[in-house]
Design a protein around this ligand. Structure first.
Ligand code: ADP
Length: 469
């Protein structure tokens, strides 16, 4: 089946440009070689004779002038004559001429004198058609100043050679050259265009595969830098896309799992109250408490997701203000009074007196809350949590130190990722949503703050960040 030609394609364009270029060069050659050949030849010849004539005029009177006339006339294939004021031949003269005293045809001489008189410069050059001759002749004339009073004339006569036969030879050659070069242009440009577009076509195919959702595709490099750069960029984009895609899948899987678990519990405890414990107050209260706990967990999850998307979307630009981070921490700690009073947690706050920092208090409060809440969740028997606020010159260093389970080295880099939960069963692991630290990260990045974690498994963790004063 014949493919229709895509006139917008690089291949077609390169092909046409190449052919147009070749055709243009050929046209130029035709114009120069064939069409303008005659006038070109005449101009060339005129200039040449003019040059010879003028140089002879300057040489006149010097030693060896006659020899010069002789050699020039033979070398250039032109007739050179010197005439006196009556058209009498002065040069060349042989013995018989001295007796015969030949003269230039009076009509020729008359015409010559008129032309010379009309000329604006010291010399004249003109063509002359003679019915007895096949070709026109080119005549050059100039006055040779004679010291003895009367003037001599330099009279050069050169036949304009017919160039028709030369033009014909050239024409034939040009036809061959034109055919060959147009043919070559067609073939070569097609070959080059194919070579240039092949890697682009390959990349397009790979991109189609990518668009189909296959992230394992590799964009092949080509023979030139631009394609290499494009392939590199696309490979990088693919890698990033596949990461995002994986995150998205994990997120959906985790969120739906985390939503389903409490919902299942709420439903089954509701059914239990309806069917079993409705009249037994103690049991019913226990079941209702579970339902409330699970509803809280759902609320927490939804809130965390909302907070995260807000923090990450950058809609909430940070509003920098001065606030006392010590006061903020004390306020946060109050929310953990339940743990202090009922579960034996000890909270220690070591702080410099002046805890003023620059930032958005509400957001930093959330960071502090998330960090302390993690310390609570991931402590086991050692329930001491220390918060240090340290003055570091133009910055304030804030850290939450726990003596809890700690984090494996291999997990350290990932805990800041959304929905990353270390795959272990902790006492309170069911509390976590895996979002807390990614909210912390987003907020701290928004504050341009340095942050990090030191942790040893079994010994505890230290989460820190620094804010400018
Ligand atoms: P989660 O809601 O699961 O706590 P986070 O984003 O707050 O989610 O934390 C991510 C993971 O980092 C946690 O699942 C936990 O494994 C680990 N982690 C965070 N804080 C601590 C800590 N203080 N001690 C030990 N592990 C921690």
């Amino acid at each position: 089946m014949l493919k229709t030609i895509d006139k917008k394609s690089l291949k077609f364009k390169m092909w046409t440009y190449f052919v147009i270029f070749a055709a243009f060069i050929m046209l130029l050659l035709w114009l120069l070689q064939i069409v303008f050949m005659n006038s070109y030849y005449e101009t060339m010849k005129t200039n040449e004779i003019k040059k010879i004539g003028n140089s002879l005029v300057t040489e006149y009177g010097k030693e060896g002038f006659e020899d010069l006339l002789y050699t020039t006339s033979l070398n250039e294939g032109i007739a050179i004559q010197i005439l006196d004021e009556n058209g009498g031949l002065i040069y060349p003269l042989n013995l018989i001429d001295i007796i015969m005293q030949p003269r230039l045809d009076y009509r020729l001489f008359g015409e010559f004198l008129i032309n010379l008189a009309k000329s604006q410069s010291d010399f004249v050059i003109y063509t002359r058609e003679d019915p007895r001759l096949q070709n026109p002749t080119l005549i050059y004339g100039a006055i040779l100043e004679n010291k003895e009073g009367s003037n001599y004339f330099l009279y050069i006569n050169s036949a304009l050679q017919p160039i028709d036969s030369t033009v014909n030879v050239l024409k034939n050659q040009l036809i061959i050259v034109t055919v060959i070069s147009l043919g070559l242009a067609l073939v070569l440009s097609y070959a080059i265009a194919t070579r240039l577009t092949k890697p682009i076509e390959k990349i397009t195919k790979s991109a189609e595969v990518l668009a189909g959702g296959n992230y394992n595709i590799n964009f092949e490099k080509g023979d030139y830098t631009e394609i290499d750069n494009l392939a590199d960029t696309l490979n990088y984009a693919t890698k990033e896309l596949s990461k995002t895609e994986k995150l998205r899948r994990d997120l959906i899987a985790n969120v739906s799992h985390d939503l389903r678990t409490p919902l299942t519990l709420i439903k089954s405890y509701g059914e239990m109250i309806r069917d079993i414990s409705g009249n037994n107050e103690e049991k019913r209260n226990y079941h209702v408490k579970t339902i409330i706990d699970e509803a809280d967990r759902l609320t927490r999850l939804v809130n965390d997701l909302l907070d995260l998307s807000k923090a990450q979307s950058g809609i909430d630009a940070i509003e920098f203000k001065k606030f006392d981070i010590k006061e903020t921490t004390e306020r946060v700690l109050e929310r953990f009074n339940y743990y202090r009073d009922n579960e034996g947690y000890i909270f220690v706050l070591n702080s410099i007196t002046d805890g003023y920092v620059h930032g958005e208090e509400e957001k930093i409060e959330q960071v502090i809350y998330n960090l302390i809440s993690n310390a609570v969740n991931y402590s086991e028997d050692e329930k001491e949590i220390t918060i240090n606020i340290i003055d570091e010159g133009d910055q304030v260093h804030f850290e939450v130190v726990d003596k809890g389970v700690g984090i494996e080295n291999e997990d350290l880099a990932n805990i800041w990722d959304r929905y990353y939960k270390v795959d272990k069963i902790h006492k309170r692991s069911s509390v976590g949503t895996g979002i807390g630290l990614s909210i912390v990260k987003s907020i701290l990045i928004g504050h341009n703050a340095e942050y990090g974690v030191d942790s040893k498994v079994g010994l505890g963790s230290k989460f820190y960040f620094k804010l400018s004063k």
